[in-house]
Design a protein around this ligand. Structure first.
Ligand SMILES: [Zn+2]
Ligand SMILES: [Zn+2]
Length: 169
């Protein structure tokens, strides 16, 4: 569900050839029509709108954080992002492929879909809470980051180890 509050008025910058104006918008998770990305914060867009000889561009950064579930230990963690977002903004034109530019009409543009697409393409497929996450024990399911479990031979009581050896035979 797109929120009409996210429209940027372009009427000023359209008339100002070879100039730029600052732009700052905040998007909330509910502004995006797709829910695949689990946002842990609003998405802050800040940068500028540029008019280069009549061609409009948005040149900005996106700041936001996303909640993930660790692939190894399953615990939730938050990752912060700061990624560049820039694209051409052009009059809606059915002759052009939609991924080549962000269309505007009536002197205003809605960046919501383009912002989401940019964020989505940055998402990691594999996610671990930390590079050396030890994950869960395959035997008892204990989180090995918060200590050892009794399934580990390194930590096992020597007497139990002997018992384990006996049981193997
Ligand atoms: Zn983990
Ligand atoms: Zn275990």
């Amino acid at each position: 569900m797109n929120n009409s509050n996210n429209y940027i008025d372009l009427s000023k910058i359209i008339k100002m050839t070879d100039s730029e104006i600052p732009v700052e918008i905040v998007f909330f998770a509910e502004n995006f029509s797709d829910e695949a990305v689990k946002f842990a914060s609003p998405v802050k867009l800040f940068g500028k709108l540029v008019n280069l000889s009549g061609m409009l561009r948005v040149e900005a950064m996106l700041e936001f954080s996303v909640e993930y579930s660790c692939d190894r230990c399953l615990s939730d963690f938050v990752k912060a992002y700061e990624i560049p977002f820039s694209d051409e903004i052009a009059l809606e034109n059915s002759e052009r492929e939609i991924d080549e530019y962000i269309p505007y009409s009536n002197s205003r543009v809605d960046l919501t879909d383009a912002v989401y697409k940019c964020i989505f393409s940055e998402m990691d497929i594999k996610n671990v809470c930390k590079p050396d996450c030890k994950g869960l024990c395959g035997m008892c399911g204990a989180d090995l980051n918060s200590g050892f479990c009794n399934c580990s031979d390194d930590n096992i009581d020597p007497r139990l180890l002997k018992l384990k050896e006996l049981l193997k035979q």
